[in-house]
Write a protein that binds this ligand. Structure first.
Ligand code: NAD
Ligand code: ZN
Length: 351
């Protein structure tokens, strides 16, 4: 088959590789119908994720059709179209039984890592992929939901809702701010209404990204390259600060911005993946009763979000800005890398 292979920092190519095989009775093999590229793939390609070895097929988001099922798989069948959660879920280990699938200790990544696709095992940017623990990690695509819609549920929608909205303890009537209006920040804004947020302020250094968030549930936007950006956010909250500020970029400067605009007693939810440490002014924060949360997505809300998409209660159509055939994935990477110029949000690769 053909697949997008990582060849060390800075190098990738669309190669012919061996077809995946069933390795455990709980595996299925899926033919990819739709996949996409994530900011994390770009981190890997920069060499920021040393666990990814040369020769690894990248990608952790996908929708596909089952072409072969292991002997223990009874609830899924050959021919079923499924959404692949970016996190494996064995359903049996201590972490899975507590709902913390991000640290699933089953099989591959047994040290307790749920993110394995395109990281510890071959991923979804390929014609075929082996899916471990398929019955609990793959979700049937309901009628009426397209593969391009379904692929938004592999990672970004659950990440935005779980790590931004739920960990951030968003409540009815809350004013929230989301720093970073990329696909993940937009997923936070898209799902914040599910917990009753009434004011959603998009903050981004790129004005077109901040303004574009109005299509994803934001009620206001602020350009953070404006020296008065903080005053503008405070003015939208009666001078108090937001109830919840969500960091969806992954650099120290934006984490500090999130701390700078939260009201006393509020929550800061860090969603961004950071490559280094940040400093915490605990001497100022403790007396403000600030709660700080963070985490790797569990994807346990995927089935609930999927019902909302299937019933038309959650619109995910605007995330996809560009479409390519899977074999053109190198061109899709070029468009995605240059998002500031191409205005790319999610690029969809059709298998
Ligand atoms: P992205 O790079 O597409 O978007 C980031 C946005 O932040 C862009 O719109 C950019 O203009 C803006 N930005 C950059 N610097 C800024 C600054 N100084 N001030 C204000 N805005 C700034 O990223 P994404 O795909 O939306 O992902 C966001 C983060 O979420 C990444 O760090 C990603 O790795 C992380 N992530 C986390 C999880 C998880 O499980 N926690 C899962 C998926 C992705
Ligand atoms: Zn598990």
């Amino acid at each position: 088959m053909k697949a997008l292979v990582y060849h060390g920092a800075g190098y990738k190519s669309w190669d012919t590789v061996a077809d995946p095989q069933i390795e455990a009775p709980t595996d299925v093999i899926v033919k990819i119908d739709a996949t996409t590229i994530c900011g994390s793939d770009l981190h890997i390609l920069k060499g920021d994720v040393p666990a990814v070895r040369e020769g690894r097929v990248l990608g952790h988001e996908g929708v596909g059709t089952i072409v072969e099922a292991g002997s223990a798989v009874t609830t899924l069948q050959v021919g079923d179209q499924v959404i692949l959660a970016c996190i494996k879920n064995c359903g049996r280990c201590d972490y899975c039984r507590r709902g913390v699938h991000s640290h699933c200790a089953g099989g591959e990544g047994a040290s307790g890592m749920g993110w394995i696709f395109g990281h510890l095992i071959n991923g979804t940017q390929a014609e075929y992929v082996r899916v471990p623990y398929a019955e609990t990690s793959a979700h049937k695509l309901p009628e009426g939901v397209t593969p391009a819609q379904g692929v938004m549920l592999s990672d970004i929608l659950p990440t935005g809702f779980e790590i931004g909205v739920l960990y951030g303890r968003v409540k009815p009537g809350d004013a929230i701010a989301v720093i970073g209006a990329g696909p993940v920040g937009l997923a936070v804004m898209t799902t914040a209404g599910l917990q009753g947020a009434s004011r959603v302020i998009a903050v981004d250094i790129d004005e077109s990204r901040a303004r574009g968030a109005l299509d994803f549930g934001a009620t206001h936007w602020v350009n953070s390259s404006d020296p008065d950006w903080r005053d503008k956010v405070l003015a939208l909250t009666g001078g108090h600060g937001v109830d919840v500020s969500v960091e969806a970029v992954g650099i120290p400067a934006t984490f500090q911005m999130a701390l700078d605009i939260v009201r006393p007693g509020g929550n800061v939810a860090n969603v961004g993946v950071h490559g280094g440490s940040v400093s915490l002014a605990l001497q100022d924060l403790w007396i403000k009763n600030i709660n700080i949360s963070m985490g790797l997505v569990n994807t346990d809300t995927l089935p609930m979000l999927l019902r909302l998409v299937a019933d038309g209660a959650l619109n995910v159509d605007k995330f996809a800005t560009h479409h390519f055939e899977l074999g053109n994935i190198l061109a899709a990477y070029d468009v995605f890398v240059d998002a500031a110029k191409t205005k790319a949000r999610k690029v969809i690769l059709h298998g």
